[in-house]
Design a protein around this ligand. Structure first.
Ligand code: ADP
Ligand code: MG
Length: 516
């Protein structure tokens, strides 16, 4: 049933139609900032030594059909997911018990946990915590006669990206659907395109409202004399996805009139400090371009520090600790980052033993918890004699699974037939760093056409991954939620024969959706 939707979608285009769409998309992306900095594989450092070039972000030419019921369910569950991850973060002991098991085999997790312990020992000075989350899903269609169901790929608690660009793709596709106005002919006529429009996409508004709420909740400057306050975006060196981030900071400066600065994670100690004389530990920022002015940072938004390569030396770990012990509200805290690790998602999905969902969300209607649970795909640990081990080591069952480490940002997983051999190449003591997850089966017949940043146009069978954004601000000491919102979404589409996802990693293209 589901697959028949794609039998003639997207509609065939001839070379003139394709040329028109490609040219329009190229111009539109530049005009509206739907752009990225080019990969050095496409434009080498030598041909652009001063780094002035930007290129179109990878985008699909057509919106992708997505089951309406799955989209509505993802939106309906987002604030429940927000609450769940805030509640997990408030249970330091529960997270600690899980992390304790990993620290002797996973250096990254071990370092993060140590940052938390060090700050805990000194005493946290900020109890408010901000989450800007994205819950990623696929429509699961195991056979042609089953209705699609919503299955979660992963839940992101740090650096949840592409909210700044995804709403632009929605605008791009919406404009093409109505172009020219009154007599739309940009796309060939097709039942899915003639009457459908992508749903509203408020990702920029939602994410920046989350940051603005934290900024306000911080309250007045803790310095004396009082300093002007700001939000600080901490970013990676060589970030190619900078315009996604700028869409959020621009919304904060124009709509909320909040000063926003960007700082490289490697330069934290060069431009921020915590006056030792002030027990409140305000985080002060001195912009390098105006060193006589100091701002007090209300909110630290991390678009870095989610991957081991962001920590080149002990000094970068010290910088993370410096942020964590400051009075700035962290988005996210170390604990909230750890709460988003793959192993937590695996433990939540366990069918036997303690009902973690019910204990974290004790005041939530059991019917809603059951719906949340329905979005989990089976996931397993790899402990001795476990079902996970059995499934992972047998090539036949491994073919229906993905093996994931405790990492973010793409390019880290091992897929299908490669799993048994990969595991056998590792000492058994290290297996607990990984979790095994059953593969979600998106509609097999989905197709689309993508314009890649180097101008190549690819068409063929695709897999779509829907992300839904949510924000939550809570008091970690009291476990009290101050703000909990959902809004905005992201569709990423990749070629079907590619296992990995991710736009920044070069596997996926940004897309939008039309509902069926
Ligand atoms: P990362 O933190 O690296 O983004 P993900 O869990 O999102 O890790 O996995 C990366 C990609 O692998 C996803 O974008 C998706 O394309 C694919 N993937 C992950 N889990 C599954 C799954 N259970 N079924 C199908 N594909 C998956
Ligand atoms: Mg992912």
């Amino acid at each position: 049933m589901t697959n028949s939707i794609y039998s003639d979608y997207p509609p065939q285009i001839n070379s003139a139609q394709k040329e028109f769409l490609v040219r329009t998309v190229k111009d539109w992306t530049a005009q509206h900032g739907l752009v990225i900095r080019p990969s050095p594989a496409f434009i080498s450092k030598e041909s652009d030594p001063r780094g002035v070039t930007v290129t179109s972000a990878p985008v699909t030419l057509f919106p992708s059909p997505f089951p309406k019921a799955c989209f509505e369910e993802a939106k309906a569950l987002q604030t429940v997911y927000n609450k769940l991850y805030a509640a997990i973060t408030c249970n330091e002991k529960w997270i600690g018990d899980i992390m304790e098991d990993l620290i002797d085999v996973d250096d990254f997790i071990s370092h993060l946990w140590k940052v938390h312990l060090a700050v805990k020992e000194e005493g946290y000075t900020q109890t408010l915590s901000l989450g800007l989350y994205r819950s990623d899903y696929m429509a699961h269609v195991p056979s042609d006669d089953t209705a699609p169901s919503l299955k979660q790929v992963e839940f992101n608690t740090i650096s949840s990206s592409f909210g700044g660009l995804s709403s632009l793709v929605t605008s791009l596709h919406s404009e093409l659907l109505d172009s020219p106005p009154g007599h739309p002919i940009a796309y060939p006529s097709h039942p899915l395109l003639d009457s459908n429009r992508p749903p509203e996409n408020t990702s920029v508004e939602t994410l920046s409202a989350g940051l603005a709420t934290a900024h306000t909740a911080y309250g007045p400057s803790k310095s004396s004399p009082a300093l002007p306050t700001c939000i600080l975006f901490l970013v990676q060196e060589g970030e190619r996805n900078v315009f996604d981030q700028l869409a959020l900071s621009r919304q904060l400066t124009t709509t909320y009139k909040i000063p926003v600065f960007r700082l490289l994670s490697s330069e934290i100690f060069d431009h921020t400090f915590i006056p030792s004389s002030n027990p409140s530990r305000p985080l002060l920022y001195r912009p390098p371009h105006a060193e006589s002015t100091s701002f007090e940072v209300t909110t630290v938004y991390l678009r870095c520090f989610y991957t081991p390569t962001d920590y080149r030396s002990e000094r970068d770990w010290e910088a993370r600790t410096h942020l964590e012990r400051s009075a700035a509200i962290k988005c996210p805290t170390v604990l909230n980052q750890l709460a988003g690790s793959k192993i937590v998602q695996q433990v939540l999905a366990e069918e036997k033993g303690t009902d973690h969902l019910a204990s974290f969300l004790a005041d939530t209607n059991p019917a809603i918890l059951a719906r949340l649970r329905e979005t989990f795909a089976p996931q397993y640990d790899l402990s001795v004699n476990s079902r996970g081990r059995e499934l992972a080591l047998n090539p036949i069952t491994a073919a229906n699974h993905v093996l994931k480490p405790q990492r973010e940002g793409g390019g880290n997983n091992v897929y299908k037939e490669a799993i048994p051999e990969f595991l056998q190449s590792l000492p058994e003591t290290e297996w607990k760093r990984w979790i095994l997850m059953e593969l979600i089966q998106p509609p097999a017949e989905a197709k689309n056409v993508a314009l890649r940043p180097d101008g190549e146009v690819l068409s063929g069978h695709v897999i779509g991954e829907l992300g839904v954004y949510g924000t939550i601000l809570w008091d970690q000491a009291e476990g009290k939620v101050l703000q909990n919102e959902q809004g905005g979404w992201l569709m990423r589409t990749k070629a079907k024969d590619v296992d990995e996802g991710g736009v920044a990693t070069g596997f996926s293209s940004l897309d939008s959706i039309i509902l069926y």
